[in-house]
Design a protein around this ligand. Structure first.
Ligand code: PEP
Ligand code: MN
Length: 336
């Protein structure tokens, strides 16, 4: 249920409504808009009729049921677009944000070199995996805490905020102590224990679409995070599994405008895991800008042929610089 406050409702009235919602066993999620405040009341669907009585509280204009199964992620629950801050960088605002870095953190030298390339090219956020959810148990699994320490050091040296993946609920505290944003990878898009755990984090979450999840399932996954109290979720389309084998996955570009219509959360595109081949990364990135995404996350590597993970889809520095030039030209036309 959404509780719509009157235009001139006071802070005290808003506070009292929040307390009342909690007293009847629901969680209150206020969203302070420019025009007015709306308060999402979420919890058990049974017995939600009690929330109608909020209409008799001072400062309340009306109550409205949220029809979508994803309540807090839906546009109904929030006025305008949500901007998510990753360090100093805002995702979901006017700027198209580029997140770049290696698939996996391999060494200090490799990460630092990648970060310099990312920064020189104009990326705003550094990526790098310390825990790698590999399809094979025999593939490199990541440098774990040692990798997180390197990420933190390189971030301090370059000034780039960071995103890195967490795969285990027990590691969330550790990962968030080193990184500016937590990534939930495609293979964990419906790992509900992990989603709930990052829902308790104060760091923003980059939630990737699973390779077999529908758009509605992705929004329900986001709902797990939001309903635990973390409002800072960025959605990522990274390709889904189809009958096509020429690319690693099929980039579902239509997911971007569909999501933009359904949710207030920022939406970015990962052309690297969608394509699986560096040759397609630049054209897909151009398409991401044109289709209205808020940014991209792209894999780069100083020497992709030596990469321990996802070398085939990683851009060499020169290709990354070329891509960034092209994106600047398109964003100038599309976004300003
Ligand atoms: C990654 O970002 O390196 C990764 C493993 O991505 P995905 O979860 O989309 O496969
Ligand atoms: Mn990867």
């Amino acid at each position: 249920m959404i509780i719509v406050m009157k235009n001139h409702a006071t802070e005290k009235q808003i506070e009292d409504v929040v307390k009342w919602i909690e007293s009847v066993g629901y969680k209150a999620h206020p969203s302070i808009g420019v025009e007015r405040t709306i308060i999402g009341a979420v919890g058990d669907n049974r017995g939600k009729d009690v929330l109608k009585y909020a209409e008799s509280l001072p400062g309340v204009e009306k109550t409205m049921p949220i029809l979508k199964p994803y309540k807090l992620a839906s546009r109904e629950a929030h006025e305008g677009n949500t901007e998510v801050a990753v360090g100093q960088v805002k995702v979901g605002g006017p700027d198209f944000v580029v997140i770049a870095g290696p698939c996996a953190i391999e060494s200090e030298e490799q990460l630092l070199e990648s970060a310099y390339v990312a920064k020189k090219g104009g990326a705003q956020i550094l990526r790098g995996g310390a825990y790698k959810p590999r399809t094979s148990p025999y593939s490199f699994q990541g440098m774990e805490e040692e990798g997180l320490k390197l990420l933190n050091q390189v971030s301090a040296r370059t000034g780039l905020p960071t995103v890195t993946e967490v795969v285990n609920p027990a590691d969330v505290d550790l990962v968030e102590s080193y990184a500016d944003m937590l990534q939930i990878g495609a293979r964990n898009a419906q790992n509900f224990a992990l989603l709930k755990e990052v829902g308790h984090s104060r760091k923003p979450v980059l939630l990737k679409r699973g390779m077999m999840t529908t758009i509605e399932e992705l929004l329900m996954a986001a709902e797990y995070i939001l309903s635990e109290g973390n409002p800072n979720v960025i959605l990522c389309e990274r390709g889904i599994r189809t009958f096509e084998t020429a690319t690693r996955n099929t980039l579902d570009l239509s997911a971007v405008p569909v999501l933009k219509g359904l949710t207030h959360l920022p939406v970015i595109v990962d052309p690297s895991h969608a394509a699986g081949n560096w040759r397609y990364v630049i054209p897909l990135s151009r398409a991401a800008v044109a289709v209205g995404a808020d940014g991209i996350i792209v894999e780069i590597h100083p020497e992709p042929e030596k990469a321990v993970s996802d070398g085939a889809q990683s851009l060499k520095p020169e290709k990354f610089y070329q891509m960034m030039e092209e994106l600047r030209a398109i964003t100038a036309v599309m976004r300003h």
